[in-house]
Structure formats: structure tokens, C-alpha cells
Design a binder for this molecule. Structure first.
Ligand SMILES: Cc1cc2nc3c(=O)[nH]c(=O)nc-3n(C[C@H](O)[C@H](O)[C@H](O)COP(=O)(O)OP(=O)(O)OC[C@H]3O[C@@H](n4cnc5c(N)ncnc54)[C@H](O)[C@@H]3O)c2cc1C
Ligand code: FES
Ligand code: FES
Length: 1240
């Protein structure tokens, strides 16, 4: 397969070729590396760039496409979503694939999904959006094929709940899920349009019919899911693919499979059995296999058999199909208890990964991973609890063994194949003295994971099956199976000691207590397992949840009702099970609902109106071009970083593994390749620079050591991954790894005095006034990784005369420009940095994107060839450092009524190895912390230099921590005084006078201090008092679930920065705008367009009403608009708009005389005529500006208040937000839809 060639002529392709369709177009390939994924094929060999790479592990959904398979026997097409980053290209032989651009596009018209995503303001950076659209479209296509009643015109057969669940597993890092869910729900037959949030289709209060007529019409015409005729023939029999130097086998009988496994193929360790290939998402093996045996065509592995003994499921059956089959257990005459077991297994499986993974992941693949590699499987745990049996074949030997034996055997060898799993149909048996008819089966499964509804591996999972019967004195356990998994043991195991203890016993509080004690001993995570204590306490919590409902039966029985004991009591306890399944969210309920109210006016039309975000529809269709979507120029190479794994060491050399796979490697670039006149610089901020590569000494783990450049990104990644760096630490001082060590060795970054925040009042005096004191309390705040959906990426293209064009996904192209010029040792006018849009930045693409662009530029400079890179998620995470961890020690004095009189803080910030933006942290922390009137405030803040990767700006850097510290102190004070936290907060809010003392000039005018009003307003509108009472009642009734509510204020100080702008009017009246700011999803371009239209329309001629449609904002280009500055700190849109307004004012001034003249001559003129005349008359129609904010207006305060109600399960630690009410004073919003998008 050629790098950019997509199709082989059929004559070359021959019989063993791979044939499939993408958006109806035929693709036929004769040569390819069978380890190629569908995503790699799309991104590197086709124009279908809507398929984005976010994680490469099946965990984010950015790469989702719809796969359609034709079943010739049934003449039916099956459509489902899959993650293209894990799906192997060879496995789509004979299939049809639909991508978001295949649904619709700007040329042929957008699909209603694209239009509704845009209209419901459901995208910001847009990087996740095509994947979202495809997950949703797949659900839509599937629903249309059901025989549900026809929906009303314009709607689909999906229900609201299904519409919402269709995108579960698709991550978005910018937009709130509410607008995304609303866009999807708008298609549901049972939707109430009133429930849908802000959109650009209708206005609040319009009648339903009007609303409906405004929605882009959806008609399920099957146009997009029609299966291409040319593929139908191929679907009849699977074809093994005989590709050059590699093969993809598709055995259809066990005999064929055995002969393949018995051949010398198996000696080749580059052979892999495969079904869905999703295991790669977890193990991320970078090895290239060249022979695959696809198990999906063996009928034994695909069949589901049901009989009275249970359900036998072929190992290659996907988890989605297993779920459907278990839920459909009604069709056989299974017992009620047996059916419930099946249903609960299915419910648990719905929390495994996400729909697009379950659609290709097989049950067998999961169990084999659990058996061979100790994968923390859910399936192994739940199937073990119900006593499943597996069938395996090895050579000619065929055996059926219990799942338990399977898991405990040594890892299966490569000739063994798992054929099927039998899940028994269970019925209560009672015990010897007690017939089964009086007993009942109780089955529950549990899992605690970072995300309860899936897409996160569990900390612990468990499944419990009990055969119980009620007796006069309570509940008797006849038999019990307790399985725990995923807690750091090799595989799921039965807690035998607990089982033995409980079997045959009547349940009582003391029995439960003993059982719980035994669990502690039985469920012991292996040494080194993370969160070990939490996992053990979860195990106890789960068992407690399972058994405690039976105690109620016991207590009622002992209370003298023994005569009346019937099966009803037991039934009640089973009901209790349902009620107290505390860790299982009520998944059937709608996940999201929200309400927004906004007032907008036409006064500054179109500024202030909630217009649709610029480019939202092309983001949805996948046509929006991000850096990695730019087609590679000829001869383009790809780079990958080799980074240090030592915090402080001499680098003695770097060896690349010399095997054939690495033949594509073109060069290894290090600091030695920096031109003589250049400098080893990879980034710079106002406080200094950071080297591009470690020289002889690496100073932190994660420091770039070299950049491998190869023919493809895959080869570059493999080469970087296998590189061997030789280190030497002899005679070096030990690295500084903690802030305490930094203090001991006085390793600090200096904070310039003008940036160091000012103390307020006299701390000792404040303490002297206090009735109570807390001394030297401690808070530790950890770091946090970035997770922008688009990882760091750049493309450098050498140009004539030592020039270079660099496309970079960065928040500050101007500085990158300067860094690249310095590194290459060329004048700045030789470099041009272009940034069109960024797929999420959150501060991580300010400084941390610079070395990525600079390394590409250096490699391109040296090799005289274009070089690009798209960092894999792991490298990105390691290189980019993350949020600043810190340790805070505070002493606080306060009166008995809760009024704080003095606060002192000692803060140690771990800044890592270089200054980056860290010297700004003290000001940011204190800026947010000053939201309360502390009486006197003093502090000592040290920015510690350690041998960690340098920490950088991350979403409100310092502000987030400052606000957290303030709340921790207030809560501490309230707890000492046993007071309501809310009243302590209230008491310590600023008056305007104290605000002035703490914030000085930034406090502005008294009228602008809206926080206290908002505090009251939100208290009333969120019904804070009533809800507090309700929560108290809730907490009294519920033992294990507790709720809490709190109201928190926020003050955020912003600083405006100088910003350039340029507005040019073209001869047809269309307008092109350049601004220094970068569109990172925050809606900058949309607001700039609105401001341009508003400001130019002041010329006062007709034809300017819809001027906004004539405005295009174009990419940032550092040679076209200099001094672009940073996009950060929440003020870029505002300053860019002001810069643009200044340009427009100049243009209006130039146009006004001509307009008057024309009006005198011909009467009223419209915009197009005026502009054409201006062109003819050589009016300068381009204006530049550089907005420099007035120093008296440069800094101001923003206020917000939020009320959050949360619920916590105190047995498992799971927490959920029940409701959040937010009131934010955004002044006069330039676009409420965009601004609301920033909040939720
Ligand atoms: C993002 C993500 C989240 C996940 N979350 C969870 C979770 O929460 N809980 C959970 O339990 N699992 C989870 N999984 C694991 C998932 O269930 C497995 O990856 C999947 O079931 C494996 O099936 P597959 O068909 O893709 O196997 P493949 O990847 O094709 O194969 C996996 C391994 O098994 C071997 N193999 C496959 N079938 C057979 C067979 N019949 N006989 C012999 N060898 C075989 C293959 O050679 C390979 O070594 C998650 C996976 C991903 C990607
Ligand atoms: S799921 Fe494929 S890139 Fe994240
Ligand atoms: S809009 Fe979803 S990740 Fe940015």
C-alpha cells in the first residue's frame, strides 16, 4: 500500500485482495501491513479525515465510524459503531464503512445530525464531534431497522433515553454534555421539545409546531446505510487475504483452524489470533504482527445455543450480542430466578467499555486476556460467580472445564483456542434439609470504577450468588458463591473462606460482622496494587450491601411475626436488594437535564445574540481542518520523541533497535543537530526558556532527548519506543524529587517582586483578635494530566532561502515563531507559524506545544524535507507535565461567630525543572483565595525547582488551587465551631470596602460588585434552604447514601493584554478578519465575526443587517499579523473583538465620505455597491490595529456563585452531582450560547 495511494487497480489486486467500501466508494488493496488499523488507513491514505485520533485505546470515541455487514443468508445488513483506532483494516473485508463526511458535507449539504449539533451549540473545539455524530448515527440506523411503530414525521424510532445513551463512551473535553445530548434527543420520537435547551432553531415559548418546522428535517430514507451492491457477492464466503509478505487467515472450520495452528506458522511469534482486536487498547502492543488468524468465521465460535441447561455462547460472539441474548432469555422457559441472573449479567456487561467497543469486542477475547495476562476482567468475575464452563481446543484435544479451573491454569499456549462459554440456567436448590421450592436465588453484581457507567476499568468488581430460604428466625444461607475480581490478584477468585463460613448459617448482625472480617483477609490486593486499602474496603462494602437487606427479614421475624412468615418477607428483602444496590446508578433514568434562561437584546446586533458557532457544521462533518488533517507534502517524514526515564543522569548515548522494522527510520535528531548559529531552545515564556533536547545531562524524567524521524508515524513511534538510552548517574547529586528536598537545597525559581502578591493587614494583630485558632493545618494538592482530545502536533515544511512554514496546534504562535528562529539561528522573517484551530488546549498548548513544533522544524531544516508529528497519548501525557502539585500549611484565627480575623499560608509549589509560567502561580493562587475577607492575610510562597517535568498552565492555573484552599480553610473553621459552612462563608464575604482593600484598583466601582447580590439571588432561585431540609431528611432515612449541598462564591481577576487585529473588505463586500487570538473552541471566531458585523454596520447603509454572514475569520499567520501574543486567561475574545472594532472604525471612517457622496448622487446605497465603488475609487479597504488596553481598565474582577448538591455512597466512595445551579456575572455577553457552553 502506498503512503498516499488509496486504491490498487483490480487487476493488480487479484483474488486475495481486501475489498471494502467507504461512504459508498470502493477500495481494493493487494498489499498492506495487516497490523494497519482502520484509523491509520483513513488518516494516512484517504481524504476521510473526520476520523480523529484521540486516545488510540478505544477510550474516547473520536475515531468512531459505522460499520455495515451484509448477511447473505438473511439478506440483511447489520449496522453498528466501532472504534477505528482498534479495528484492523483486514477485518473489514467485504464491509461498508460510513464516516461523518459520508453523511453530508458543506458541498452536498449537511446531514440533519450535523445541522442539529451546530444548532444546539454542541461543539466547541469540535475534535470529538464527528465521532459523536457517528456513534449517534449508528444508533439511529440500527433503530430504523427495528419493527417499532413508525415515529411522527421528522423523528426517529429512538427513545430519548436511547438517544442519550448512544453517545455514552464518546468523550468531550470542552462542551458540556447537555447540548450534545439535546442535539441527539431532538431526534427521539418521545422527546418533549420543551425539555431541550438553548438552540438557534427556535425561541422560547414558540408553539410546538413552529419549533418542529424549524428543526432541520430528518427523514430516515436509508440513503446512508444502503449496502453497496459490489460488496454483496464478497460477503458470501470469507476470503483469506494473501498479502505480500503477510497473511490474514479466515478459517471457517475447526479442522482448517487446527491445521493452521499445527503448521509451522505457529512457530512464528509474529502470528496473532484475533477477533475484535480491542485487547490492543489495553495492552498497546506496538509489535507488528504479520500473520493473523481471524476467528470470526468459525461457526463454532459464533453460535449461541440455548437449552434448558443454559446458554452456550461462542467465544467470538461480541459482548453486544451476548447482552442482547441474555436480555432475550424470555424466549425459553427459564425460571424467574434464572432469568434474573441472565438479566443481571447483561446489565453488568453494559458497563464494560462503551457501545462502540462492545460491538466488536468478543466474550472469548476478554476471558483469554483474563486467563493469559491477568486482565482485570468484569466478565470473568460475573461468569465465575454463576459457575460457567468453558470449552477449549488444543491440537486435537477438546475439553470442557470450569471457568475457575480455566483461570487458575498456567497461561494458555498459542495453539489453544477458547471455543465457547456455557452460562448455566440456575434454579434454587435449597440444602439437604430444605427443599428448593422454599428457597430463592439472589444474584447481584457490583463494580466501582472512576466512571460508573462504563469506559473505565474497575477498582474492584464482584458478583454474589446466594441460595437462601427464610426460616422462622430469619434468612438461612443454603449456599453462596462470592467472587471478587480486578483488585490486583492474578484473576477473579472466590472468597472460599467467607463462602464456607456463611453456608448453612442463619444471617444475623454477628454473622455478617464475622463475614466482613473474613473478607478483609480473603480479598487482599497483591503488594504494589494501587488503592489497595480502598479496594479492600470496597469488597467489604459490596458484601455488606448484598447481605444486609436479609437482616431486616431476620429482625422482623425475631420481633414476633414468625407465624406470619411467608415468601413475601423474602421477596421484600429481594426488593431491598434493588433499592440498596447503592453502587449501581439508575441507568435507565435520563442522565442529563438542564434549564437555561437568557435575555438577549438586538441593541448591538448581532453582538449579544446567541448565534451558531462559526464552523460548527464543518466540525461535525469532519471537514474542519486541524493540523494533522493537512495532507502530507511529498517526501514528508514523521517524528517521535525519545524522552528521559531518569530524573537526573548523564546521557551516554541512544541506540535504536536495528531490525528490519526500523528500516523506515531516516534520522535521529538531538541537540547535536542544532545549527552552529542556533540555540538549544524548545520553548520560552516571560521567565526564561527550556532546552529543546537534553544535552549531556537529562534533568527530569520526560525531558526530550532525541527525535526519531521515520517514513511513517507508526515506524517513528515503534523506533522511539524501542530506543535504548544509556544513562550514567555516577558522581551526580541525587535528584530533587520532593518539595521538601527543594526547600532543603534552596532550589527555587525567583518570582519577580512586581508579580509577588501583596499581603493584607497585620497577621499578628488579626490573630490577637481571634477567639479561636487553627495552627499549621496542612493541605496537599496533587497534579493533574492534560487531556485535550487532539494531542500535540505540528508540521514543518522547508521553503526557499532557508525559510520554514510551521503548522502548529498552539495557543501562542508568536512565541513559537521566535523559538524556532532562535533554535535554527535564522532571522524571524524566515519563519512563518500558522495555526488555524486547536483541538482543545486548556493551557497545555501554550508553552508545551513549542518544543513539538521546534523539533519538527529542526528535523525539517536538517533533512530538507517536510517533517510532522502527532504525539501518541502516552508521550503527550509524559512530556506535557500537567498541573502544579503543592503543599499548603495554614494558620487561621477566627471569632466565635465564624468571622475570620487572620490567615497565614505557607505554600510550596512543585514547578518542576523549568520556570514555564510558574512564577505567575503565587499571584493566581492569592488572586482567587482573596474572594473572602480574611481580616489580615499573609503568606510565604515558594516556587520549587525539582527534577520533575515542568508544570504548566492548566485550566485556571493557581486560581483553581487558590479557591480550593479558601474553601478548605472556611470548612475547617466551620467544623471547629460546629457551624453551618454556608453561614461562615456568608459572614466572610467582602463588602465593597474590604474588596477594595484586598483587590485594589481591580475592584472597580461599587456598582460593579455584584457578588453579594448574586449570593442571595442564587440562594433563593436554587431553593437552598428548602433543599437543605430535604437533604437532612434524606440523610436520616438513608444509612449508606448521604447528600450534601453547598453554596460557593468565586472571584476571578482577569488581565487584558495587547492584541492585534486586521480587517479587510473584498470587492464583493465579503470581509476577511485576522486576529492574534487562536480559536481553541472558546468561540473566539464567532464573537469576532459578530463584532466585525456590528462595527462595520455603523456605516448605516442597507445590506448590513446580515453582515455577519459575509465575515470569515482566517487562520493565525505570524508573518501576516505580528505580535499575536497568547491565547489564555479568558480575555482573548474580548481583546480580539476590541482590536477588530478599532479596525472597523477606521474602515467606516474611510468609507463614510464616499457613502455621503454616493447618497447625494444616487440616493441610498447598499453595502455591496458602496464597497465596489470604494474599490474603484481606491479607498484603502484593509485596516490594522493593535489594541493596547488602558492601564486603568486592564484588570477587573468577575464574580460567580454556584450551588451544588452531591450524593456520596459511603460504602463505595462513589459520588454523583445531583444538581448544580450556577450564576455567573458575564457582564453583557457577546454570545450567550458560546458563553453558556463554557459553563456546561
Ligand atoms: C476502552 C476499553 C475498555 C474496556 N473496559 C473493560 C471493562 O470495563 N471490563 C472488562 O471486563 N473488559 C474491558 N475491556 C476489555 C474488552 O472486553 C476486551 O478487550 C475484549 O473483550 C477482547 O475481545 P476481542 O475480540 O477484541 O479480543 P482480541 O483483542 O481480538 O484478542 C485478545 C487476546 O485474546 C486472544 N484471543 C481472542 N479470542 C481468542 C480465542 N477464542 N481463543 C484463544 N485466544 C483468543 C487474542 O489472540 C489476543 O491475545 C475494555 C477494552 C477496551 C478497549
Ligand atoms: S477511541 Fe479511538 S481514538 Fe479514542
Ligand atoms: S468540543 Fe468536544 S473535545 Fe472539544
Amino acid at each position: 500500500m502506498e503512503e498516499n495511494g488509496t486504491k490498487c487497480p483490480p487487476s493488480e489486486a487479484g483474488n486475495g485482495s481486501l475489498v471494502f467500501a467507504v461512504n459508498g466508494e470502493k477500495f481494493e488493496l493487494a498489499t498492506l501491513d495487516p497490523s494497519t488499523t482502520l484509523l491509520q488507513f483513513f488518516r494516512y491514505h484517504t481524504r476521510f479525515k473526520s476520523v480523529k485520533l484521540g486516545c488510540g485505546e478505544g477510550g474516547c470515541g473520536a475515531c468512531v465510524v459505522m460499520l455495515s455487514k451484509y448477511n447473505p443468508e438473511l439478506d440483511q445488513v447489520e449496522d453498528f459503531s466501532v472504534s477505528s483506532c482498534l479495528t484492523l483494516l483486514c477485518s473489514v473485508n467485504g464491509c461498508s464503512i460510513t464516516t461523518s463526511e459520508g453523511l453530508g458535507n458543506s458541498k452536498d449539504g449537511f446531514h440533519p445530525i450535523h445541522q442539529r449539533f451546530a444548532g444546539f451549540h454542541a461543539s466547541q473545539c469540535g475534535y470529538c464531534t464527528p465521532g459523536m455524530c457517528m456513534s449517534f448515527f449508528s444508533a439511529l440506523a440500527k433503530a430504523e431497522k427495528t419493527n417499532r411503530p413508525e415515529p411522527p414525521p421528522g423523528f426517529s424510532k429512538l427513545t430519548v433515553s436511547e438517544a442519550e445513551k448512544a453517545i455514552a463512551g464518546n468523550l468531550c473535553r470542552c462542551t458540556g454534555y447537555r447540548p450534545i445530548a439535546d442535539a441527539c434527543k431532538s431526534f427521539a420520537a418521545d422527546v418533549d421539545l420543551e425539555d431541550l435547551g438553548l438552540n438557534s432553531f427556535w425561541r422560547k415559548g414558540e408553539p410546538k409546531e413552529v419549533k418542529l418546522s424549524r428543526l432541520p428535517l430528518y427523514t430516515p430514507d436509508g440513503r446512508f446505510s444502503r449496502f453497496p451492491e459490489f460488496l454483496k457477492g464478497r460477503s458470501k464466503s470469507p476470503k483469506s487475504l494473501h498479502l505480500e509478505n503477510s497473511s490474514w487467515y479466515t478459517p471457517t472450520t475447526l479442522e482448517e483452524l487446527r491445521s493452521l495452528l499445527n503448521s509451522n506458522l505457529i512457530e512464528n511469534d509474529k502470528l496473532r489470533l484475533v477477533v475484535g482486536n480491542t485487547g490492543m487498547g489495553y495492552y498497546k502492543e506496538l509489535d507488528n504482527y504479520d500473520r493473523y488468524i481471524d476467528l470470526r468465521y468459525l461457526s463454532e465460535l459464533q453460535t449461541i445455543r440455548r437449552n434448558h441447561h443454559g446458554i452456550e455462547i461462542g467465544a467470538a460472539v461480541t459482548i453486544s450480542k451476548v447482552i442482547a441474548c441474555l436480555k432475550d432469555a424470555d424466549t425459553l422457559n427459564y425460571s424467574t430466578d434464572g432469568k434474573q441472573v441472565f438479566e443481571k449479567l447483561a446489565n453488568h456487561m453494559e458497563k464494560i467499555a462503551s457501545g462502540f467497543i462492545r460491538n466488536s469486542a468478543s466474550i472469548g477475547g476478554n476471558l483469554v486476556m483474563a486467563q493469559r495476562k491477568s486482565f482485570p476482567s468484569d466478565i470473568a468475575t460475573i461468569l465465575l460467580a454463576v459457575g460457567s464452563i468453558v470449552s477449549i481446543t488444543t491440537g486435537h484435544k477438546h475439553e470442557s472445564i470450569t471457568l475457575e479451573e480455566f483461570l487458575t491454569r498456567p497461561p494458555m499456549d498459542s495453539r489453544s483456542v477458547l471455543l465457547s462459554v456455557q452460562i448455566p440456567h440456575l434454579e434454587p436448590k435449597g440444602n439437604g434439609n430444605n427443599s428448593g421450592s422454599n428457597s430463592k436465588l439472589v444474584f447481584e453484581t457490583y463494580r466501582a470504577a472512576p466512571r460508573p457507567l462504563g469506559n473505565a476499568l474497575p477498582y474492584l468488581n464482584a458478583a454474589f450468588l446466594a441460595d437462601v430460604s427464610h426460616q422462622v428466625s430469619g434468612v438461612l444461607v443454603n449456599n453462596i458463591q462470592l467472587v471478587f475480581g480486578a483488585y490486583g490478584t492474578k484473576h477473579a477468585t472466590r472468597a472460599r473462606k467467607v463462602e464456607e463460613y456463611l453456608s448453612g448459617r442463619m444471617l444475623s448482625a454477628s454473622v455478617l460482622y464475622e463475614a466482613v472480617k473474613l473478607v478483609k483477609v480473603d480479598v487482599m490486593p497483591a503488594v504494589g496494587t494501587s488503592h489497595a486499602a480502598y479496594r479492600t474496603s470496597l469488597a467489604i462494602g459490596f458484601l455488606f450491601q448484598f447481605l444486609s437487606p436479609f437482616l431486616r427479614v431476620g429482625s422482623v421475624a425475631c420481633g414476633g411475626l414468625s407465624n406470619g412468615l411467608t415468601g413475601d418477607l423474602l421477596k421484600d428483602s429481594l426488593e431491598n436488594h434493588r433499592d440498596t444496590s447503592l453502587c449501581q446508578w439508575e441507568y435507565s433514568k435520563l442522565l442529563l437535564s438542564a434549564k437555561q434562561e437568557l435575555k438577549s437584546s438586538k441593541e448591538y446586533h448581532p453582538v449579544g445574540e446567541p448565534i451558531t458557532k462559526s464552523g460548527a457544521a464543518i466540525q461535525a462533518s469532519g471537514e474542519a481542518v486541524y493540523v494533522d488533517d493537512i495532507p502530507s507534502p511529498p517526501n514528508c517524514l514523521h517524528g517521535a520523541f525519545i524522552y528521559s526515564t531518569k530524573p537526573l543522569a548523564r546521557v551516554k548515548g541512544v541506540d535504536l533497535e536495528s531490525n528490519n522494522q526500523l528500516s523506515g527510520v531516516a534520522a535521529l535528531i538531538s541537540y547535536k543537530d542544532i545549527p552552529e548559529q542556533g540555540e538549544n531552545v524548545g520553548s520560552k515564556a516571560m521567565f526564561g526558556s527550556e532546552p529543546l533536547f537534553a544535552d549531556d545531562l537529562t534533568r527530569c524524567a520526560g525531558q526530550q532527548i532525541a527525535f526519531v524521524v521515520a517514513n511513517t508515524q507508526k515506524f517513528a513511534d515503534i523506533a522511539a519506543n524501542s530506543a535504548l538510552v544509556k544513562y550514567d548517574t555516577a558522581n551526580l547529586d541525587p535528584p530533587i524529587l520532593t518539595i521538601e528536598e527543594a526547600v532543603e537545597r534552596s532550589s527555587f525559581f525567583q518570582v519577580p517582586p512586581f508579580l509577588y502578591p501583596k499581603q493584607v493587614g497585620d497577621f499578628s494583630k488579626g490573630m490577637a483578635e481571634a477567639d479561636h485558632k487553627i495552627l499549621s493545618a496542612e493541605i496537599k494538592l496533587p497534579s493533574q494530566y492534560y487531556f485535550y482530545m487532539e494531542t500535540q502536533t505540528a508540521l514543518a515544511v522547508p521553503d526557499e532561502d532557508n525559510c520554514m512554514v510551521v503548522y502548529s496546534s498552539i495557543q501562542c504562535p508568536e512565541l513559537t515563531h521566535s523559538v524556532i528562529a532562535t533554535c535554527l539561528g535564522v532571522p524571524e522573517h524566515n519563519i512563518r507559524v500558522i495555526t488555524r484551530r486547536v483541538g482543545g488546549g486548556f493551557g497545555g498548548k501554550a508553552i508545551k506545544a513549542m518544543p513539538v513544533a521546534t523539533a519538527c522544524a529542526l528535523a525539517a531544516h536538517k533533512l530538507r524535507r517536510p517533517v510532522r508529528t502527532y504525539l501518541n497519548r502516552k508521550t503527550d501525557t509524559i512530556l506535557s507535565g500537567g498541573r502544579h502539585p503543592m503543599k499548603i500549611t495554614y494558620s487561621v484565627g477566627f471569632k466565635s461567630n465564624g468571622k475570620v480575623t487572620a490567615l497565614h499560608l505557607d505554600i510550596l509549589i512543585n514547578a518542576g525543572i523549568s520556570a514555564d509560567i510558574s512564577p505567575l502561580m503565587p499571584a493566581n493562587i492569592i488572586g482567587a483565595l482573596k474572594k473572602y475577607n480574611w481580616g489580615a492575610l499573609s503568606f510565604d510562597i515558594k516556587v520549587c525547582k525539582t527534577n520533575h517535568s515542568s508544570k504548566s498552565a492548566m485550566r485556571a492555573p493557581g486560581d483553581a488551587q487558590g479557591s480550593f484552599i479558601a474553601e478548605a480553610v472556611i470548612e475547617h473553621v466551620a467544623s471547629i465551631l460546629s457551624m453551618e459552612v454556608d453561614s461562615v462563608r456568608n459572614l466572610n464575604l467582602h463588602t465593597f470596602q474590604t474588596l477594595n482593600v484586598f483587590y485594589g484598583e481591580s475592584a472597580g466601582e461599587a456598582l460593579e460588585y455584584t457578588l453579594t447580590d448574586m449570593w442571595e439571588k442564587l440562594g433563593a432561585s436554587s431553593c437552598l434552604l428548602q433543599r437543605k431540609e430535604m437533604i437532612e431528611q434524606f440523610n436520616q432515612i438513608n444509612k449508606w447514601k448521604k447528600r450534601g449541598i453547598s453554596r460557593v462564591p468565586i472571584i476571578y481577576e482577569v488581565t487584558l493584554r495587547p492584541t492585534p487585529g486586521k480587517v479587510s473588505i473584498l470587492s464583493d463586500g465579503s470581509i476577511v478578519v485576522e486576529v492574534g487570538g487562536i480559536e481553541i473552541g472558546q468561540g473566539l471566531w464567532t464573537k469576532v465575526k459578530q463584532m466585525t458585523a456590528f462595527a462595520l454596520s455603523s456605516i448605516g447603509c442597507s445590506g448590513t443587517e446580515n453582515l455577519v454572514e459575509k465575515v470569515r475569520v482566517v487562520q493565525a499567520d505570524t508573518l501576516s499579523l505580528v505580535q499575536g501574543g497568547f491565547t489564555a486567561g479568558s480575555t482573548t475574545s474580548e481583546s480580539s473583538c476590541e482590536a477588530v472594532r478599532l479596525c472597523c472604525n477606521v474602515l467606516v471612517e474611510r468609507l463614510a465620505p464616499l457613502k455621503s457622496k454616493l447618497e447625494e448622487q444616487v440616493g441610498p446605497v447598499n453595502w455591496d455597491v458602496l464597497i465596489l465603488q470604494a474599490h474603484y475609487q481606491s479607498v484603502n479597504l484593509a485596516a490594522n490595529s493593535y489594541y493596547v488596553p488602558d492601564s486603568s481598565f486592564m484588570r477587573y474582577l468577575n464574580y460567580g456563585v454556584a450551588v451544588s448538591e452531591v450524593e456520596i455512597n459511603i460504602l463505595t466512595g462513589e459520588a454523583k452531582i445531583v444538581q448544580a445551579d450556577i450564576l455567573y456575572d458575564s457582564g453583557q455577553s457577546m454570545n450567550p450560547a458560546v458563553d453558556l457552553g463554557q459553563a456546561n
